[in-house]
Design a protein around this ligand. Structure first.
Ligand SMILES: O=C(O)CCC(=O)C(=O)O
Ligand SMILES: [Fe+2]
Length: 343
């Protein structure tokens, strides 16, 4: 009926009708209803006309301003985070390896006996949570993957603060890697992966943030091929154009409202990239560890988890961030946020 009407109406009426519709859309605020309407097919022609009119600024309000802010931020970030010397010279090799590859493994770093105690206490706690229905707002279970996370894990084990969170050597390595500008970590979390072959979001290779960020993984069990070893693509943390458009889009939070993510890579894409440009990104590597080993990774680089085929994987994770507004949540300047469509 609509098509029929449009066909018989004089063209100037159709033009006026479309122009009013377009204006209404532009001036409307982005409520949920509005988003649904805009990203669907209802107003597809109107959308295409807007894109024709505004060019790339349709997606990113003032895209020149945004790109200029992003480039300033990237330059600042990589200048400021240029690695410094470790205080303890023994630690330097780890910082150097992090800088070169994006990941390093500290063999036999912790006493396995101590980790064994942490393991038993945490497993007891999570079991009580599961079997006795004990309430704990720090425990979150992801319904799809079954992964259990215990936030603020240091509150459950008296020596985690002293041994892990305030650990001088770990901080020394991370701080030197982040140009002496690491924020002191305050907490850590515990992850239990115990459901076999369940998909979780981290199975897909991704970067966590466009900016450098360290994650310290402390496995509380031996991790072999079959109990979900960490996967990393060495050198992918280095700055380069191959990932720059995604860095930009993630930095802007574009499409956050409809839960899109631009930080994930397909396996075939990574395979081809690493074959053609081994200096930019190496082939995926898995990191098997013994109890006592620690992995430190810059999760700006591409990494992933892997499927659990056997047993379970229990590990502590501590994030070390850099000072300044370089976290993807707050990286974008306040006055520019409104320039990003659907952010
Ligand atoms: O589960 C893993 O080993 C990977 C986790 C991950 O992607 C992350 O912690 O950022
Ligand atoms: Fe990640």
């Amino acid at each position: 009926m609509k098509i029929f009407l449009i066909n018989i109406l004089p063209p100037f009426i159709v033009k006026i009708y479309r122009s009013i519709k377009l204006r209404l859309l532009v001036y409307n605020t982005y409520g949920q209803k509005q988003i649904k309407k805009e990203i669907g097919f209802n107003d597809f022609e109107v959308t295409l006309n807007q894109i024709r009119k505004r060019g790339f600024n349709y997606f990113f309000g003032n895209s020149d301003k945004l790109l200029s802010h992003f480039t300033d931020k990237m330059i600042d970030h990589f200048n400021l985070s240029s690695p410094t010397q470790c205080e303890n010279i023994e630690n330097q090799k780890y910082t150097d390896e992090l800088d070169k590859k994006g990941v390093t493994v500290l063999k036999n770093f912790f006493d396995p006996k101590m980790l064994g105690t942490w393991h038993d206490d945490f497993m007891d706690h999570l079991n009580k949570f599961n079997t006795e229905g004990m309430a704990d707002s720090n425990v979150i279970t992801d319904t799809r993957s079954g992964i259990m996370r215990l936030k603020q894990a240091q509150k459950y084990q008296s020596n985690i603060n002293q041994k892990l969170i305030y650990n001088k050597d770990l901080f020394d390595i991370c701080n030197a890697y982040l140009g002496g500008l690491a924020d002191k970590p305050l907490n850590c979390y515990l992850d239990l992966k115990s459901k076999k072959y369940k998909k979780d979001n981290n199975i897909i290779p991704h970067f966590d943030t466009p900016f450098k960020q360290l994650k310290i993984f402390v496995p509380l069990v031996d991790i072999g091929k079959t109990n979900s070893p960490f996967v990393y693509y060495e050198k992918s943390h280095l700055p380069g154009e191959w990932r720059l458009l995604r860095d930009f889009i993630v930095y802007t939070n574009y499409n956050m409202k409809i839960h899109s993510t631009y930080s994930k890579f397909s396996f075939s894409e990574l395979e081809r990239l690493s074959n053609m440009y081994p200096d930019l990104i190496e082939k995926e590597k898995t990191y098997e560890t013994k109890l006592g080993d620690v992995i430190i990774a810059d999760t700006r680089g591409i990494h992933a988890g892997s499927f659990l085929e056997n047993n379970y994987r229990l590990q502590l994770v501590m994030i070390v961030l850099m000072k300044g507004n370089f976290h993807y949540n707050n990286a974008i300047r306040e006055d520019l946020k409104k320039e990003v469509r659907l952010a």
